[in-house]
Design a protein around this ligand. Structure first.
Ligand code: XMP
Length: 317
């Protein structure tokens, strides 16, 4: 019988056998998969797991600090690296979505490798690969492989010449969550929506700047907090805000404004391959719209995306 407790016992034993007294390096993203994988590896080998968490400048508001704090509470040996300036510098003047993805993927690998080189004798690379990732990378003709370069931390293994440690390779997402709960990982991390590797960079249409990131972080924070407060967060598969490259006229007091528009996105889905727009209550949308327009200077209009996938995608880029 598969139970999370049995899985943990067996996996920790296997990891001990595989790794012995050697060292593992691993990139953590704040997501469920990498966190659960790292916690299992840590249980097996303790501080010989070296976790790296990179602030790429396109995380959510306060995410870097909060996630690092959680990792420390979990006892993980983790190093946070603030690489924001590097990412902003290279993203400048690059409005194309695929170019943005490639820049972020490349810089991430550079930062990670630089850290790996500071450590000696690292034999293993830990990864939070789950079963659907394995399937997806096998079916090269799958939609995500042909339409977008979904990199996550893909590309790392080939460049690092290390042996892989992938304790979640045969699990589905719901099983990963069960294991995570059994390991005592806080609920707010376990039930998180998926968040793309290129982060807010693909939710800012066109060129990414530090100023636009700051605007979008505020709007996104209001939206996500409201979803949680209204018990709607768990009813949707994924939600986020998109900053449109459009300014329009508004009014504040007796002055005209000319500011950005954000789109709210929320979808229901089973696996992200197809998705339906979530029928969030009008009252809820009204509250979020007011809160964003009243509190985020630079945004004067909020719209709700009512497109399904296909033909639209979940992200706008
Ligand atoms: P789309 O927009 O293709 O998104 O309907 C499907 C799922 O994939 C996520 N996504 C990405 N994840 N790197 C990632 O790690 C990417 O470049 C990327 N693009 C989309 C998206 O958030 C959704 O969950």
């Amino acid at each position: 019988d598969w139970t999370p407790a049995h899985f943990i016992t067996d996996t920790v034993a296997q990891l001990k056998a595989q790794i012995g007294d050697r060292k593992v390096i691993m990139a953590l993203s704040g997501g469920v998969d990498s966190t659960v994988a790292a916690t299992l590896i840590h249980k097996a080998i303790g501080d010989r797991l070296y976790g790296i968490f990179v602030d790429n400048g396109v995380l959510r508001k306060g995410e870097f600090e909060q996630v690092l704090e959680t990792y420390k509470l979990l006892g993980l040996n983790i190093k946070g690296i603030d690489a924001k300036a590097l990412f902003y510098k290279e993203l400048k003047d690059n409005p194309d979505p695929e170019t943005k993805r490639k820049i972020i993927g490349r810089l991430f690998i550079e930062v990670f490798q630089e850290e790996a080189h500071k450590l000696t004798d690292i034999k293993f690379l830990g990864q939070g690969t789950i079963y659907p990732d394995v399937i997806e990378s096998v079916s090269v003709h799958g939609p995500s492989a042909t339409i977008k370069s979904h990199h996550n931390v893909g590309g790392l293994p080939e460049k690092m010449h290390m042996e892989l440690v992938e304790p979640l390779r045969f699990l589905f997402k719901d099983e990963v969550r069960k294991v995570g709960r059994e390991l005592g990982i806080p609920a707010n991390l376990i039930d998180r929506h998926p968040f793309p590797g290129p982060g807010l960079a693909i939710r800012i249409l066109g060129e990414v700047t530090e100023e636009k990131v700051a605007l979008l972080q505020e709007a996104d924070d209001i939206y996500i907090k409201a979803l949680r407060e209204h018990d709607l967060y768990a009813t949707v598969w994924q939600a986020g805000t998109i900053l449109l490259p459009v300014k329009s006229v508004g009014v504040m007091g007796d002055e005209r404004t000319y500011e950005y528009t954000v789109a709210l996105r929320a979808v229901t889905s089973v696996d992200g391959m197809t998705a339906d727009w979530a029928h969030l209550p009008y009252e809820f949308l009204a509250t979020v719209s007011n809160e964003i327009c009243n509190n985020v200077r630079g945004i004067n209009r909020v719209v709700y995306d009512i497109s399904s996938k296909p033909p639209a995608t979940i992200e706008w880029e």
